[in-house]
Ligand binder design. Structure first.
Ligand SMILES: Cc1ncc(C[n+]2csc(CCOP(=O)(O)OP(=O)(O)O)c2C)c(N)n1
Length: 580
């Protein structure tokens, strides 16, 4: 069998681990690997304009498929540009291997041209970050990197000097036994029994769900039915738990709505399911709390726990269900469902009146029309900023749609690059980027990559010429907004100049047709909707003096606003309450 170079072996092994493409920008030390990719069947090089896009794209791909994705950067500045996207992937628990090319191995430690130490730089945003300084570390180092990324769900970084990449590998890598899937984790019987006792002892139980409830919709519903528990969620739990949910009481947190906060605080027992929800100010401190999580390091770091359960949500609930007694009393649940429906109705009545006639266009109107017009299996990517609020309130999950954002890392500019990666997974699936003009312009260069690859991503730009989310933050802190505005920019014209479909929308009557037209277009499209920068979702009737303190207002709903189709669902759940 012909010998392989280290570069060829690297690409070969990534292919065995299920990687189909590597996103990045070429350069010096990376060139042997690029050449190996060019020759490797079944592996593509995806050329981006900014390496941060490469990392966001790989992270989105991994979040969509659940399997390994990859990105690469050349030595020094090339791989340094990956860092923010890698932080995001790591904190979203997306399995990604990043190749950080390194300067010639003989020069490390001499302040050589472009010298950095990626193995150190990426230590904080990875489970594993190592330098290959001798060919005989291959294939073991790459195998270990893959297994960290897949097994622990996150990022691994391999730093590889260009001279070593070009050397012959000491052995072929044909028969590596790679781990490509995580096992399920079932808690010990003692924990399950303890949890069952606590549930039986508690008259009122509330469930609060995060991204760890992915794949556990049926189990959560069955458990909620058995113990008559209201079910709230964090933003990352929304896409997995909010649909077909007769127990839904909404979302808690800074963007929260409905009765989730009340249901969590008025329970006797709160069960946190697969959530690392960071805002402990929204969690009760006088209620018994159990947390179930597949990552033991998540347990108890947000609130004091009465029981910590290390396990998958689905496995835990499957084991738990037969051991808990059915509760007959659903008064708490029904009271919370009513509270939830009332809260949403009040908000909708106060807020959505006449938005369809509002100029500049009301962003919530755009989001609600987008929700209606997008496909039932669309992938939405959502920029950090006010788009998070619109997505949380208006996108209606159904178990087939996906919503990806920078929900743990909170980086701007994530949406369009994530859409880029999501569209590579399936060119026939509708991928929609909800972009802020601040976020979009930050990595706008990679709109050119969408055009270059003919990817039919639809960018819906909430173009308010402002960094609105920060405006709001400043007001909440009692500061005068400063440094938060941009001059008006015709992004549709920029899109057309780049070779894409671009349309600018200033009249609310044109929003629906513009979206339909863009969705019909067989290629990249940008809908530049000029939106109202003052459409901050403040609670109705908030006065200036109240603003500073309103992060701690009674309902803990920092941002208030419309809630789209959720109000219908909440009302339907009320109608379905069994009559005695
Ligand atoms: C990389 C990065 N820089 C700065 C911030 C702070 N920040 C959070 S949201 C935001 C404003 C986003 O503006 P835009 O994308 O225009 O959306 P809008 O809120 O106006 O809808 C800023 C500056 C951040 N989260 N990430």
């Amino acid at each position: 069998m012909a010998r392989q170079t280290i570069a060829e072996q690297f690409v070969d092994i990534l292919g065995q681990a299920g990687v189909r493409r590597i996103y990045g920008v070429v350069g010096d030390s990376l060139n042997p690997v690029i050449d190996a990719i060019r020759r490797a069947p079944g592996m593509d090089w995806v050329q981006v304009r900014h390496e941060e896009t490469a990392a966001f794209a790989a992270g989105a791909e991994a979040q969509l498929t659940g399997s390994l994705a990859a990105c690469a950067g050349s030595c020094g500045p090339g791989n340094l540009h990956l860092i923010n996207g890698l932080y995001d992937a790591h904190r979203s628990m997306a399995p990604v291997v990043a190749l950080a090319a390194q300067i010639p191995s003989s020069e490390i430690g001499t302040a050589y041209f472009q010298e950095t130490h990626p193995d150190r730089l990426f230590a904080e945003c990875s489970h594993y970050s190592e330098l290959i300084s001798h060919p005989s570390q291959m294939p073991r180092v790459l195998q270990t990197a893959i297994q960290h990324a897949v097994g622990r769900s996150g990022v691994s970084v391999v730093s590889l000097p260009g001279d070593i990449a070009a050397l012959e590998a000491p052995q072929r890598a044909a028969e590596l036994a790679l781990v490509t899937r995580r096992p399920t984790i079932r808690p010990a019987d003692e924990e399950i029994d303890a949890l069952a006792r606590m549930v039986d002892d508690a008259p009122r139980v509330t469930l609060f769900c995060g991204s760890g409830t992915a794949g556990a919709h049926d189990e959560v519903m069955a458990f909620a039915e058995r113990v008559k528990a209201p079910v709230g969620h964090a933003l990352r739990g929304k896409e997995w738990i909010q649909y077909d949910n007769p127990y839904d009481v909404g979302m808690s947190g800074l963007l929260g709505y409905g009765a989730a906060y009340d249901a969590m605080h008025e329970a006797d027992l709160l069960i946190l399911l697969g959530t690392d929800f960071p805002y402990n100010a929204f969690l009760p401190d006088d209620v018994r709390i159990v947390q179930v999580d597949v990552r033991p390091e998540h347990l108890g770091r947000r609130s004091k726990l009465d029981l910590a359960v290390w396990g998958d949500v689905r496995e835990t609930l499957r084991a738990l269900l037969p051991r808990v007694a059915e509760k007959a009393d659903r008064r708490f649940l029904d009271r919370m469902l009513k509270k939830h429906a009332d809260a949403l109705t009040g908000v909708v009545d106060a807020y959505t009146r006449n938005v369809e006639g509002h100029v500049p266009i009301h962003p919530e109107y755009v989001a609600s029309v987008l929700d209606e017009e997008a496909d039932d299996d669309a992938v939405f990517t959502v920029d950090t900023g006010m788009c998070n609020v619109w997505a949380a309130r208006y996108l209606t999950p159904n178990g087939r749609r996906r919503v990806i954002g920078s929900f743990s890392h909170g980086s701007m500019a994530n949406a369009m690059p994530q859409a880029f990666g999501a569209q590579f997974v399936d060119r026939d699936r509708q991928v929609v980027s909800l972009s802020g003009d601040g976020g979009f312009s930050m990595l706008m260069g990679d709109f050119l990559s969408l055009v270059q690859y003919g990817l039919p991503v639809k960018v819906v730009l909430f173009d308010n010429s402002a960094l609105s989310m920060v405006d709001l933050e400043m007001m909440v802190a009692g500061l005068r907004p400063y440094g938060t505005t941009y001059p008006h920019t015709d992004y549709a014209a920029i899109a057309r100049a780049a070779g894409a479909y671009g349309v600018r929308v200033e009249d609310p009557k044109q929003v629906r047709d513009a979206l339909r037209e863009a969705f019909r277009h067989d290629g990249p499209a940008l809908v530049d909707v000029v939106t109202d920068p003052n459409a901050l979702s403040l609670p109705p009737r908030v006065t200036g003096e109240q603003l500073a303190g309103f992060a701690l207002s009674a309902g803990k709903m920092v941002l208030n606003g419309g809630v789209g189709r959720m109000v219908q669902m909440a009302r339907a759940n009320l109608r379905n309450i069994p009559r005695p």
